[in-house]
Design a protein around this ligand. Structure first.
Ligand code: 2PG
Ligand code: MG
Length: 423
């Protein structure tokens, strides 16, 4: 009886951008109480599960989530109450049945994920285990390399840079805490350099700086300089990763990039030169979400040199990932729980990706909360990579702090380091 769901209660809270999102409180018969909160993206893919918003212009500019909250309280709670919280797969299946559609448009992926995540955490507590251990069992053995977004452009910042995210990747560290220290010191060095150059040090949504710069290369030069001033060897201690978020620059006529219009193959050429000139280990969303043909070309040309991560093209959806595997588009998948909406489907997406010999990168959203589920998820599935923003802003730091705690308490886990990028 102890592990049965006694109550499920949702409410509207705010995310890190101040936009409404869903919180769920789960209580078990045995007295265990769980709180779960869901994130929200800005550069969202068209194929993501639906984030249900009220569209009532009189509240939060239409962004209220009272409908999603109501769906938890009135539709989901009555069905899940009394069920065993440890039956993740069957509870997730019930959620899908209740929604009935392929995109979770009726109940909202925000409502569904808040519940699915609470169920997972509840089951871990019933088993008296930390979340990553409950979920990953004895198999969970690796602490992820953080991909820290330290310089922002695109939809995440109000500046003139078109690449959305420039990330520090401290691969050369021996431990997670050393990795975080290295990245933090370089981030602070970057701030000093920006100050000296009289450039803006205000930060974007994920805590990265958002200065106005001449070009994308100027941004990369700054990052190299920051690493060196932080006492690191670029390419050895730390490397770089990019999220182009190419969907955001795609128009009918092509990709709007650095003041001109580029074709897919031209962008690929550009990346080719970039990875020659800078220690870039990974490029995410180098092309748009439905540009399968050019994704294939990019993978052919660059796939044996760097990691090519699909975010908007795959949206954590097994059908789209399977197509990518069949057509050899990309060699890694970004994993975002709220793109698909349930824990079970997320785990399926991860399994499929790993079975193909591809890598996964567990990821936050640009709109986040203090929830730290993704930190545990990354460890549980040996993802070996996590992307969760700059070493700044509480909602980003919450995930890094959770990993610090996991590392501190569990010496059996090893920092992934360079291994994270071996395919
Ligand atoms: C991305 C994410 C997270 P958003 O594009 O990878 O950095 O951004 O949540 O806005 O989609
Ligand atoms: Mg992305």
């Amino acid at each position: 009886m102890e592990d049965r769901i006694k109550s499920l209660q949702a409410m509207e809270i705010l995310d890190s951008r101040g936009n409404p999102t869903v919180l769920v409180e789960l209580e078990l018969e045995g007295g265990i109480q769980i709180v779960s909160r869901v994130p929200s993206g800005a550069s969202t893919g068209a194929h993501e599960a639906v984030e249900l918003r009220d569209d009532n212009p009189e509240r939060f500019g239409g962004k209220g989530v009272l409908g999603a909250v109501n769906n938890v309280n009135e539709v989901i709670a009555p069905v899940l109450t009394g069920q065993k919280v440890t039956d993740q797969a069957s509870l997730d299946r019930r959620l899908l049945e209740l929604d009935g559609g392929p995109h979770k448009a009726k109940l909202g992926a925000n409502a569904i994920l808040a519940v699915s995540q609470a169920v997972l955490e509840g089951a871990a507590r019933v088993h008296n285990q930390p979340l990553y251990r409950y979920l990953g069992g004895l198999n969970a053995s690796v602490l992820p390399v953080p991909l820290l977004n330290v310089l922002n452009g695109g939809a995440h910042a109000d500046n003139n840079i078109d690449i959305q995210e420039f990330m520090f990747v401290p691969v050369g560290a021996a431990t997670f805490r050393e990795a975080l220290r290295m990245a933090q010191e370089s981030y602070q060095a970057l701030k000093k350099i920006l100050q000296q150059k009289k450039l803006r040090t205000a930060v974007g949504d994920e805590g990265g700086f958002a200065p106005d710069l001449q070009s994308n290369r100027a941004a990369l030069d700054l990052l190299i300089q920051a690493m060196e001033q932080g006492g690191l060897k670029p390419g050895q201690d730390m490397v770089l990763a990019l999220d182009i978020a190419a969907n955001e620059i795609k128009r009918d006529s092509g990709y709007f990039f650095e003041g001109g219009v580029k074709t897919g193959p031209e962008l690929i050429d550009y990346y080719h030169r970039l990875i020659h000139d800078y220690p870039i280990i990974s490029i995410e969303d180098g092309l748009a979400e439905d540009d399968w043909e050019n994704w294939q070309l990019m993978t052919e040309r660059l796939g044996d040199q760097i990691q090519l991560v699909g975010d908007d093209i795959f949206v954590t959806n097994t059908d789209r990932i399977q197509r990518g595997i069949d057509e050899i588009c990309a060699n890694a998948v970004l994993i975002k729980l709220n793109q698909i909406g349930t824990i079970t489907e997320t785990l399926q997406a991860i399994r499929l990706t790993h079975q193909a010999g591809w890598r996964t990168v567990v990821s936050h959203r640009s709109g986040e909360t203090e929830d730290t589920t993704i930190a545990d998820l990354a460890v549980a599935v040996n993802s070996a990579q996590i992307k969760t923003g700059a070493p700044a802003r509480g909602e980003r730091i919450a995930k890094y702090n959770r990993l610090l705690v996991i590392e501190h308490k569990d010496p059996s886990l090893e920092y992934a380091g360079w291994e994270a990028f071996r395919r």
